[in-house]
Design a protein around this ligand. Structure first.
Ligand SMILES: *Cc1c(COP(=O)(O)O)cnc(C)c1O
Length: 407
C-alpha cells in the first residue's frame, strides 16, 4: 500500500464528504475522537444563538419558547437510532458515571431477591468504582469481577445484573452483546451495556440484541463537546417498574406541581434528576446533525478498513510496537491500540508532529478512528510519522517524558 493508493481510496470513499461538517485544524491528524470528538461546524452557531438570544434576550422564557425543557427527550430521541433503540427509550442527561449509578441501582431494585453484579477486570474505572460505591450502600451486594473468557459461565440465578462495556476502552476488544444478553436473560439477570466507545462509531442494536439497560458518552464519537451530557437507555418492558435512586425534582411526574412527595415521571422522564445542562445539551443536539441520513454499516466498514490499514502499515514499517487490539476487524471497535514500554513519550512525540492520539497507562498507545472525518491518507501519514519517530528514537527527547495531568 502506498500513499497514492490511500489517496485513491479517499477519492472513492462515500463518507469523505462528511469531513467538511467538522472543524479540523490544519496540520492536525486527529486520532482521539474516541476521547473527545472533533467540533462539528453546526455547534458554534447554535451555541452563539443559545447564549445571545435564548439566554441573553429571552431569559427564563426560553425554558418554554426555545424548548430547553424538552432537550433531554429530544436529544435522547436523536441518539436512539444510532443504538437501535426506540425514541422513547433514550434520554440525555447527567454524566455516564451518574447514569451508571442510576441504572445499576435501578436494576437491583428490579431483581430484589438477587445480590450479585457481574463485571470484568479492566473495565473502565468509573464502571468499576461506581459498583464499588454501590456495594458500600447496599448491604450484601457482591461485585463478581470475572475474566472475559469466564463471563458467560459466571451468569447464574444469583446474578441480578451483568455490567459490561461493549468496546473495551484500552484494547478496543468487542463483546458479543447479543450472546451475553441472551445468556443473561436465560438465567433471569439483567444487562447494562456501556456504549461509550460504540455509540456513533458502529451500528449498535439494543433492541435485537435483547439488552435491558445501557449508558453512553456524549463527548466521544457523538461529538457533543467537553463534558457533554451522557445518555441512558431503559428497554420499554422495564420502564414502568424502573426506579431511579436519584429522585430529583426533574424526574417527578409533575415537577412544577411542587408536591412534597416524589412520584416518578412517565417513562424515561424518571431518569432525570436535576436541571438539564442547557449549553452542553444544545451543543450535543447540534452535533448530532452530522449523523442525519448516515448508514452506520458504511461507517463500520470504513472504520474496519482504516484499522486494518493502520495495523498493516505499523507491522510493515514500525519496529518495537506490538498490537494490543484484536487484529480481526470484526472483533475490534473503532480504535487501534499498540503496546510499548515508552508509549507515553512516543505519543507526546506524535502530538508534537500534529498526530493526536493518546496514552493509557501502563503502556498502551491508543488511536481512535472516526470514519466521518479521518481518511486513508491520514492513516498513512500518521503511521509515517510513527515510523520516523521509532526509527530515529525521537521519542527519547526529555521533554516527551514530562507527564501532564490529563494523558
Ligand atoms: C469515557 C467513558 C466513561 C466516561 O464517564 P464520565 O462520567 O463521562 O466521565 C464511562 N465509561 C466508559 C466505558 C468510558 O469509556
Amino acid at each position: 500500500m502506498t500513499r497514492e493508493d490511500c489517496l485513491a481510496l479517499d477519492a472513492a470513499d462515500p463518507l469523505a464528504g462528511h469531513r467538511a461538517l467538522f472543524e479540523i485544524p490544519a496540520g492536525v491528524i486527529y486520532l482521539d475522537g474516541n476521547s473527545l470528538g472533533a467540533l462539528p461546524k453546526a455547534v458554534p452557531a447554535r451555541l452563539a444563538k443559545v447564549v445571545a438570544e435564548e439566554w441573553g434576550r429571552d431569559l427564563i422564557r426560553s425554558w418554554n419558547t426555545a424548548g430547553w425543557i424538552d432537550l433531554p427527550v429530544k436529544v435522547g430521541a436523536k441518539i436512539a437510532p444510532l443504538i437501535g433503540a426506540h425514541p422513547d427509550e433514550v434520554i440525555a442527561c447527567d454524566s455516564t458515571s451518574v447514569n451508571l449509578f442510576k441504572l445499576a441501582a435501578g436494576a437491583l431494585a428490579l431483581r430484589p431477591d438477587r445480590h450479585v453484579i457481574v463485571t470484568e477486570p479492566g473495565n473502565f474505572p468509573s464502571d468499576l468504582y461506581i459498583l464499588q460505591g454501590l456495594a458500600d450502600l447496599v448491604p450484601g451486594l457482591e461485585i463478581r469481577v470475572t475474566p472475559r473468557a469466564e463471563l458467560a459461565d459466571a451468569l447464574d440465578e444469583s446474578v441480578a445484573l451483568l455490567l459490561l462495556t461493549e468496546v473495551h476502552y484500552k484494547t478496543g476488544e468487542l463483546h458479543d452483546m447479543t450472546a451475553l444478553s441472551t445468556k443473561a436473560r436465560e438465567v433471569g439477570a439483567l444487562t447494562l451495556w456501556d456504549l461509550s466507545h460504540s455509540a456513533g462509531a458502529m451500528p449498535v442494536n439494543l433492541t435485537t440484541s435483547g439488552a435491558d439497560l445501557a449508558v453512553g458518552c456524549g463527548y466521544k464519537y457523538l461529538n457533543g463537546g467537553p463534558g457533554a451530557p451522557a445518555f441512558a437507555f431503559v428497554a420499554r418492558r422495564h420502564q414502568e417498574a424502573f426506579k431511579s435512586p436519584l429522585t430529583g425534582w426533574m424526574g417527578h411526574a409533575q415537577p412544577f406541581a411542587f408536591d412534597d412527595d416524589y412520584r416518578p415521571g412517565v417513562g424515561m422522564a424518571r431518569l432525570l434528576c436535576g436541571t438539564p445542562q442547557v449549553l452542553n445539551m444544545s451543543a450535543l443536539d447540534a452535533a448530532l446533525s452530522v449523523f442525519e441520513g448516515i448508514d452506520m454499516g458504511m461507517v463500520r466498514a470504513k472504520s474496519i478498513a482504516l484499522g486494518d490499514l493502520f495495523l498493516t502499515l505499523v507491522q510493515d514499517r514500525c519496529d518495537g510496537l506490538s498490537p494490543a487490539c484484536p487484529l480481526s476487524g470484526a472483533q475490534r471497535g473503532s480504535q487501534v491500540a499498540l503496546r510499548h514500554p515508552n508509549g507515553y513519550a512516543i505519543v507526546q512525540a506524535l502530538i508534537d508532529r500534529g498526530v493526536i492520539g493518546d496514552f493509557r497507562a501502563p503502556d498502551i498507545l491508543r488511536f481512535g478512528l472516526t470514519p466521518l472525518y479521518i481518511g486513508y491518507a491520514d492513516v498513512w501519514d500518521a503511521v509515517d510519522h510513527l515510523a520516523q519517530i521509532m526509527a530515529t528514537e525521537a521519542w527519547r527527547e526529555p521533554r516527551y517524558a514530562e507527564v501532564a495531568a490529563v494523558t
